[in-house]
Design a binder for this molecule. Sequence first.
Ligand code: GAP
Length: 453
Amino acid sequence: MTQTATVSMDKIVSLCKRKGFVFQASEIYGGIGNTYDYGPLGVELLRRVKDAWWNRIVVERDDVVGLDSAIIQNPKVWEVSGHVGGFSDPMVDCKKCKARFRADKLEDARCPEKPSKIPGQCAGELTEARAFNLMFKTNIGPVEATGSTAYLRPETAQGIFLNFQNVMNSGRLKPPFGIAQIGKSFRNEITPGNFVFRTREFEQAEMEFFVPPAESDRWYAYWREQRYEWYLALGLDESKLRMRDHAAEELAHYSTGTADIEYEYPFGWGELEGIACRTDFDLSRHAEASVVDLRYFDPETKERWFPYVIEPAGGINRMALTFLIDAYEEQPLEKETRTVLHFHPEIAPITVGVFPLVKKEGMPERAREIEAELRRARVATFYDEKGAIGRRYRRQDEAGTPYCVTIDGETLSDDVVTVRHRDSMQQERVKSAEIREYILEQMRTWKRPQREG
Ligand code: GAP
């Protein structure tokens, strides 16, 4: 059993606040339910997760391009996509305490007045289930009149379908090709929770891959595998990851296949990302409603057809949380327990901690020079000269910094520094002129450490 099996959400929440990953939003006013702000380390983690996703999906490929579409679109979009009519959860109200719960998740909920009971098993009686639409409504313009209603997008995917033709024509693209987008989405979740796992405002990373219909099964299998492999390549524990295929009765009516990549969180298995074959549902619905022909025209065969769509859809915040939970270890040492985040170096918020051994004899100045060289080479660093060297290592372990470079008296004479590795805690002497190359090589060859239970 790995150490991560014992991680509790309380420990993750506390570490996130202590180290500046995640704070409660509007904290000085008592917060606002299940809404969070990301601090200096958190924002770096999110950026790196986004970069890792974008690099894999767009930069490293020649068949996927990017898009950044508006959050507020013509409200018709959400009628046609089915979100106005069908994007809802069944909801019940307690007639006694007036709290509202998801009817299909009652066993996960607690009565606010009697937390030992689930709603309905306390003194309160529940109403019949009613559909509650998850979209956030707003108004365009200064007057709240009929016709001014608009919605904050509940998914980034529709913006991609709306621009299918613009992107295809401007880029002279031919299926199979994909359009990727990262951006904020909003859902008025009835039961947000488990920290940043489910919130009302979150960032999605979605890609719609448009293929000839006859090739859709092959591409669906391909993207299932690609996405699963990406999580493993970024160091997730394979024993906590699984692919769950949706049963026929779970599938959306238009989908010929959907699977969730699931992770075993401290609160149980949960969806990390979904991969779905959406057939030609979205393009054909938008074509019909807008009366714009959204079919692909094949100049060779002179045929027009709607491509099928394979969609890998994940949440950036959920990915970052998963990497954080998976990286967390409380490692018993001889005299203490060290808390360490074993992030893959590609997503670690800080790559190198730079320390002068002592605050004198020219060591801080040399350390500053080495730090500046690394920064110029786009290596994220953190300079620290406060406290005992062991304490400084521990602080970086908790931030997930994979390497620390210490400048000591010898550095000034022979220009050799000590590199200390976060995972093994081993130290090596490296020529300061080679430090950048050395760090980059270490990052390239990093392997998830074996952890003892
Ligand atoms: N376009 C398809 C779509 O939006 P989804 O399963 O509803 O599919 C995709 O969302 C991903 O977005 C989820 O796998 C999850 O990672 C993330 N996500 C969805 N709702 C979320 C929420 N309320 N908070 C955080 N992440 C969420």
